[in-house]
Design a protein around this ligand. Structure first.
Ligand SMILES: [Fe+2]
Length: 450
């Protein structure tokens, strides 16, 4: 709480105060106990608590989605607005180690408000809070839809407002598109809430288990998948960092090549799986540099034929290093052939045109572009327009013209953010290459070479 900006503190106090007033009012007026459904209330509160304690982290930072929406909406039907508010409030007690008290209080308060407001909407549209019988179902659908339509957007608005005030980002930087993406799944949870309420008359609290258990399993599997993706990303990032420590001036190069490769891949219509693979390939394209002696990479002046041969080996070395990582799939081809040239004069195998794997043709363009638009020890970064002109000049000889055209088109849509200027490295920790093997405007000189 201490680190929060004051508007966020005010908002927090207002939300928590409103929730406390709602629940306090229910307790004082006895509205909570009028229905006498203590058992139902207890089961729903427990169910909500269990669901809230096992959220599945999404790739939208700061947010977690859990099945608790279904329990909260079932509470609207079974125990009314006061009961739904109390059920929502139990989020304060969720078992999520490390979750700060402020976040707990905010979660509980906003769920209580959402439960109460949607419960009032349920009443307003003619819904009657009780365990519904088969005959009641038709009359229940409309009010329930109104309650669900309020609960979910209200939850998103309350949460995004908090994020906006707490992080002080501009409104347009809020992850609204990410939240919109999950709005549909929230409404899916609403359907499960209706099922729980509908089955209550027949099997009571077992209805929750019957309906939500399969959902839990699916969410768990989804969570495992995300955890796996995160560990893959961490592995790749660690390898990248290892490569970049060899050269002060190429820091961030892997990430930018990965980004530019993904832009080209999207432009030529690659599917989701291949996009992921090319993102990895872009990150790891130069991992083979780990197998090239640093003194060769950093040598000032022309290279001997042996030294140039050592550089030319880096695509193969890269493949050897990552061969055991099976999730890289097609990325192997990108790593192995990213220095092939369209005219067949590249390395390591001298492939030409369509013989060169598509991933490698994409990375070759992205790699050269980032090299030209970044600072190097021997020259400053070139402007994007100059780099694009170089790519166009090399289309059909060094680069696949299709990939160059795709990249130019992608750049028109999303302008490139060149890396910030690299200040001269500190004298003690400096290791810099004097020539960059990726830079098409400064070819490596080889003593006794062609
Ligand atoms: Fe390379």
């Amino acid at each position: 709480m201490r680190g929060l900006p004051w508007p966020a503190k005010v908002y927090l106090v207002v939300v928590i105060g409103a929730a406390a007033a709602l629940v306090g009012h229910s307790l004082v007026t006895g509205a909570l106990f009028r229905s006498g459904e203590y058992g139902t209330l207890l089961v729903l509160a427990l169910l909500f608590l269990v669901c809230e304690s096992m959220p599945t982290l999404l790739n939208v930072e700061q947010f977690a989605v859990s099945v608790s929406f279904s329990a909260a909406l079932a509470a609207v039907v079974l125990v009314g607005p006061d009961g739904a508010a109390l059920v929502g409030l139990t989020a304060v007690l969720s078992v999520r180690p490390g979750l700060p008290l402020v976040k707990r209080l905010f979660n509980g308060a906003q769920f209580a408000i959402c439960g109460y407001v949607s419960g009032m909407a349920y009443l307003f549209f003619g819904g009657v809070p009780k365990v519904p019988m088969v005959n009641d179902f038709e009359a229940l659908i409309g009010p329930y839809a109104a309650a669900a339509a309020l609960f979910v957007p209200l939850n998103i608005v309350l949460t995004l407002t908090m994020v906006w005030l707490a992080t002080q980002v501009r409104a347009e930087e809020l992850p609204v598109s990410g939240m919109t993406q999950f709005l549909l799944s929230y409404f899916g949870y609403a359907t499960f809430g209706l099922l729980v309420a509908g089955l209550w008359a027949t099997v009571q609290s077992i209805s929750a288990v019957l309906v939500l258990l399969p959902l839990f399993v699916a969410r768990w599997a989804f969570g495992q998948y995300h955890a796996q993706q995160r560990s893959y990303d961490a592995t790749i990032a660690a390898l990248c960092q290892a490569v970049e420590t060899k050269d002060y001036y190429t820091r961030g190069h892997c990430t930018r090549v990965s980004l530019a490769s993904t832009m080209i891949a999207q432009e030529i219509g690659m599917g989701v799986e291949r996009l992921r693979a090319i993102r990895y390939a872009g990150m790891l394209h130069d991992v083979g540099k780990l197998g090239v002696p640093t003194k060769v990479l950093q040598k000032d002046g022309p290279l001997t034929e042996e030294e140039f041969a050592a550089i030319q080996l880096h695509p193969m070395r890269g493949l050897e290093i990552v061969r055991g990582i099976d999730f890289l799939d097609e990325a192997f081809a990108g790593i192995m052939h990213h220095h092939e040239r369209h005219d067949g004069r590249g390395y390591p195998m001298g492939l030409a045109g369509d013989e060169i794997p598509e991933f490698a043709r994409v990375i070759a363009v992205a790699d050269a572009f980032d090299s030209m638009t970044s600072d190097r020890s021997y020259r400053g970064a070139r402007p994007v327009e100059v780099a694009v002109a170089e790519l166009r000049k090399g289309a059909g000889t060094q680069f696949d013209p299709v990939m160059v055209a795709a990249f130019v088109k992608a750049l028109e849509r999303a302008p490139w953010q060149p890396p910030r200027t690299v200040s001269p490295p500190p004298a003690d920790a400096t290791e810099t290459t004097t020539k960059d093997h990726d830079d098409p405007t400064m070819p490596i000189e080889v003593v006794g070479g062609p």
